[in-house]
Design a protein around this ligand. Structure first.
Ligand SMILES: Nc1ncnc2c1ncn2[C@@H]1O[C@H](COP(=O)(O)OP(=O)(O)O)[C@@H](O)[C@H]1O
Ligand SMILES: [Mg+2]
Length: 314
């Protein structure tokens, strides 16, 4: 295992049964992840981008241990002699539905700690007060219920909750997509500041290029359950090399625009992940498809330092 990696994924595949026959045996599968190789390095922010349905949330679930790989290996680094597994927390897109509406905020914030250890009420209360201060929630409000807060404040509460068990990695799945534009930047800046203070590692899933650019040190571009391009954020986002990454970025002329808006006409449909294409997964949509594209493509590091899954790029 790579020494600086916290997690290493090796040829991970995840598939879900799609249909069952009358004997209860699967008739077909949804292939969500199709050979994912990825290291997550300590202290980095790894941005994950790709269209809806390409497997981003399945990857998040896998990292959280909520989803088992159908094949492949997921290796976790040892931290101080023990396998760390509780060292992962997640912040979801919609703080409305991810916070228990019946619990006062101080209990929500300390839920991960409550599950892990036997802490007294006063210890947890104190922890909640410290975290509330760090994320910008007044401690006088800790006995309130989630619905008494704005969307941005609720996301601050989600972040405090993710921090409470001092995780090594926080998976952020579209953390600002449900928020007003004016609030998005405040939450992103809070995340950056917390990362600096606590040496956190983030996996940031977003379809918003400017969010990913603002936050990430490295970027992975996903297509049909595979990584098609991986490298330093500056490189991948300003000099994309895979034809899919180029298409994705071409369709994002203005800052702040989503990857998924108004580009259907240009890119066509995402091929079905029930019957995976032969050869290069992107071949059918690729403007440069030709000889050699009928063979499966490897993710290869080239001279620029980025890894690209296309034989035409060297
Ligand atoms: N629990 C599940 N059962 C069946 N299919 C699923 C399940 N979770 C995800 N999928 C399918 O796997 C594919 C990838 O989904 P997902 O990881 O949610 O993509 P993304 O987050 O990039 O939009 C999609 O085709 C989706 O319908
Ligand atoms: Mg998703």
């Amino acid at each position: 295992m790579n020494l600086d990696a916290l997690i290493e994924l090796q040829d991970i595949r995840v598939r879900f049964p799609a249909k069952y026959n009358w004997l209860g045996k699967p008739k077909g599968y949804v292939n969500a992840l199709n050979g994912l190789d990825l290291n997550i390095m300590r202290g980095e922010t790894l941005g994950i981008v790709g269209e809806s349905g390409c497997g981003k949330s399945t990857l998040a679930q896998l990292l959280m241990g909520l989803q088992k790989p159908s094949s492949g290996q997921l290796l976790r680094a040892r931290s101080d002699g023990s396998w760390f597994g509780s060292g992962m927390q997640m912040v979801f897109q919609d703080p409305q539905s991810s916070l228990d509406p019946r619990l006062p905020v101080w209990r929500i914030i300390t839920e991960p700690v409550y599950v892990q250890k036997h802490n007294s009420v006063s210890e947890r209360r104190q922890l909640a007060e410290g975290l509330a201060e760090q994320v910008g929630i007044r401690k006088e409000y800790l006995d309130r219920l989630p619905h008494e807060f704005s969307g941005g404040q609720r996301q601050r509460i989600s972040i405090a909750r993710a921090l409470s068990s001092e995780p090594d990695i926080i998976v952020l799945d579209e953390p600002t997509s449900a928020l007003d534009i004016s609030v998005q930047a405040q939450i992103l800046n809070l995340l950056v500041e917390l990362q600096r203070q606590r040496n956190l590692t983030y996996v940031l899933i977003s379809h918003n290029v400017s969010v990913v650019r603002h936050m990430s040190s490295r970027v992975a571009v996903m297509y049909l359950g595979q990584i098609v391009e991986l490298g330093p954020a500056e490189k991948v986002l300003t000099h994309p090399q895979h034809p899919y990454t180029r298409l994705l970025l071409d369709s994002v002329p203005q800052a702040g625009r989503s990857l998924e808006e108004g580009q259907e006409d240009k890119k066509g449909e995402l091929p079905s992940n029930r019957n995976l294409p032969q050869g290069c997964f992107f071949r059918e949509r690729c403007p440069f498809a030709g000889d050699g594209c009928h063979m499966p493509q490897d993710l290869r590091v080239n001279l620029s330092g980025a890894a690209v899954r296309c034989h035409r790029v060297s």
